[in-house]
Design a protein. Structure first.
Length: 108
């Protein structure tokens, strides 16, 4: 089931556009110009985070870390297909734009 959930997550990321998927020793990162998603696939769940331009306090996120004013790391956990909500998929699209660094073009 976790493998299928990972495939569904990757499919959502690919809907955003071209992406490079980089398997590393302890995680898998997704990048365009910069990394915008990282996942750790475990036996019973997927632990991940998205980099967003602003903070979004939403139930789909278990923690948010502020790296800089325009880089907010939003942590999530996926254990069941219903955890990959429409809301989270919308945040994947926003994170993809951060990966493209489009959020930096809107700065004053």
């Amino acid at each position: 089931m976790i493998h299928q959930l990972y495939d569904q997550f990757v499919a959502q990321v690919r809907l955003c556009g071209p992406v490079t998927i980089l398997p590393e020793k302890t995680r898998i990162t997704f990048q365009v110009r910069m990394s915008f998603v990282a996942l750790q696939v475990q036996r019973s769940k997927i632990i991940g985070h998205l980099v967003l331009a602003e903070r979004h306090d939403r139930p789909c996120f278990v923690r948010i870390d502020s790296i800089s004013p325009s880089n907010q790391v939003h942590h999530f956990t996926l254990a069941r297909p219903e955890d990959l909500t429409e809301e989270l998929c919308g945040f994947i699209q926003r994170a993809y734009r951060v990966g493209q660094q489009k959020h930096l073009k809107n700065r004053p």
